[in-house]
Design a protein around this ligand. Sequence first.
Ligand SMILES: *[C@@H]1O[C@H](CO)[C@@H](O)[C@H](O)[C@H]1NC(C)=O
Ligand SMILES: *[C@@H]1O[C@H](CO)[C@@H](O)[C@H](O)[C@H]1NC(C)=O
Ligand SMILES: *[C@@H]1O[C@H](CO)[C@@H](O)[C@H](O)[C@H]1NC(C)=O
Ligand SMILES: *[C@@H]1O[C@H](CO)[C@@H](O)[C@H](O)[C@H]1NC(C)=O
Ligand SMILES: *[C@@H]1O[C@H](CO)[C@@H](O)[C@H](O)[C@H]1NC(C)=O
Ligand SMILES: *[C@@H]1O[C@H](CO)[C@@H](O)[C@H](O)[C@H]1NC(C)=O
Length: 500
Amino acid sequence: MALASCLLLPLLLLATGASGIVSSLPSAAVQSLVRKRKSSSGQLPFAAHFFPQQIDHFNFRPDSSRVFYQKYLLNASFWDKGPSHSAPIFVYTGNEGNIEWFAENTGFMLDIAPRFNALLLFIEHRFYGDSMPFGKDSYKSAETLGYLTSTQALADYAVLIRSLKQNLSAEASPVVVYGGSYGGMLAAWFRLKYPHVAIGAVSSSAPILQFDDIVPWSSFYDGVSQDYKDESANCFEVIKESWDQLMTTAAKKGGMLQLTKKFKACKTIQSVYSVRDWLWTAFTYTAMVDYPTPANFLMPLPAYPVKEMCSIIDGFPTGVDKLTKVFSAASLYYNYSGTHSCFDIENDSDPHGLNGWGWQACTEMVMPMTCSNESMFPPSSYSYEASEDQCKAKYGVLPRPHWITTEYGGNRIELVLKRFGSNIIFSNGMRDPWSRGGVLKNISSSIIALVAPLGAHHVDLRFARKDDPNWVKEQREAEIKIIQGWVDQYHRDLKEPSRQ
Ligand SMILES: *[C@@H]1O[C@H](CO)[C@@H](O)[C@H](O)[C@H]1NC(C)=O
Ligand SMILES: *[C@@H]1O[C@H](CO)[C@@H](O)[C@H](O)[C@H]1NC(C)=O
Ligand SMILES: *[C@@H]1O[C@H](CO)[C@@H](O)[C@H](O)[C@H]1NC(C)=O
Ligand SMILES: *[C@@H]1O[C@H](CO)[C@@H](O)[C@H](O)[C@H]1NC(C)=O
Ligand SMILES: *[C@@H]1O[C@H](CO)[C@@H](O)[C@H](O)[C@H]1NC(C)=O
Ligand SMILES: *[C@@H]1O[C@H](CO)[C@@H](O)[C@H](O)[C@H]1NC(C)=O
């Protein structure tokens, strides 16, 4: 996969998810529709259910009422649903991956559920995990993938939440939605589109401004570069200068064999671009998940992995070949577990492929990105025409680059949301390059931006740990206080609707 310009990265990677959830399927017929999980390591404290969901919410043609089985996870252990209590329902609006992966990485909701006596609900996004509308054929063509849109996903969430509340006689329970990354975008948009279903949204690391030209196109990779520059000027320079050296080496006689050896590739490298992408991915994703504690979100990594990578680079004597330095740094990302004897550098089908996201990026999720001269990546521009050609070749569709801002807004968001909307927390960590496309300023008294200078990709949503630094604890406490305010307000309004 050789791209001429900056890599188009999915917001997250598809994890090779593992869960020990017991599925309660509605009928044997459904079983065939549902892809079975292969592995089952580790138990998640949820019960899995499947909801017969309508394939097309926005059309009354008879085939629109065809159903697929949408997975959701439930934990009612903390829920106090006495009529006088109407305790809240916390809902995770699933993003591009299997829902267990998000449940594992959104421990915040489990951590705070007892304080709120909350019911926990994690809903899987259509076309991911086990929620495949056309089984194995879901990704077959634009005919099936056409139902993979954010608007359909939001409608799924509204329909499922209403059904669940009815089944549990929980009409009076307020709903708060949560999400990180694309899931955070969905949470914020859900609050704006379905204010009668959710009283508030916690939208973490959600780049809802990464569309059109709302933020500079270079901001994402400038953000990645800044993380490395913050560690050391040498680290930044070595990475920046390594790209030319990579190309020069590849162009030499026997260069590809030399690269194969240097990068410990399992198979002889055919294209230098695959090596470039491999390095690029390591530096970019490590910046995203530059967590203050050891974590295993995309890959198992130590605390502050960007610092670790730069220590590796800075640890070499100046004279050492730059490719050796960047290879060693990238190995931290790919091989921190120490389990790889070689690297599968050219494997197209690695978990980074993100089947569904490719379609989403080729239709609605058009986020133009460039690399500025100041970044540590080779400078590049963005060509809508080039991405149009790729999408047409791959899926036979043309992207709609202005649809997201038409459907959800984004331009001059402060002015719009100041007069419309309420109860949204936009949380961001500035170490995460996606923060550059996030809402970083308070918009009104209830549309709040929480910005952590040292934070990474939705670190606030992770399980609390003893070794969490104070700023993480404080950010979570601030969120809990705001959520409590929404719930209290809701209960006051319920008692005395006329009161302000
Ligand atoms: C809900 O979560 C709690 C805390 O992790 C756990 O003790 C309980 O068993 C869970 N309930 C279900 C139904 O899994
Ligand atoms: C609510 O109950 C109906 C009828 O049993 C069922 O079809 C539906 O799946 C349930 N809703 C949810 C969200 O489980
Ligand atoms: C991965 O790490 C282990 C343990 O440090 C090491 O033995 C191995 O050579 C590394 N693999 C590669 C491909 O560098
Ligand atoms: C590519 O990687 C996947 C796992 O990520 C593996 O299952 C598959 O066998 C690999 N393909 C090749 C051709 O090595
Ligand atoms: C980046 O550098 C190139 C070559 O020096 C130059 O032509 C171009 O104008 C620069 N771009 C920006 C945005 O400064
Ligand atoms: C937004 O307001 C809250 C308090 O209401 C404050 O804690 C927070 O720091 C403000 N955010 C920014 C980015 O100024």
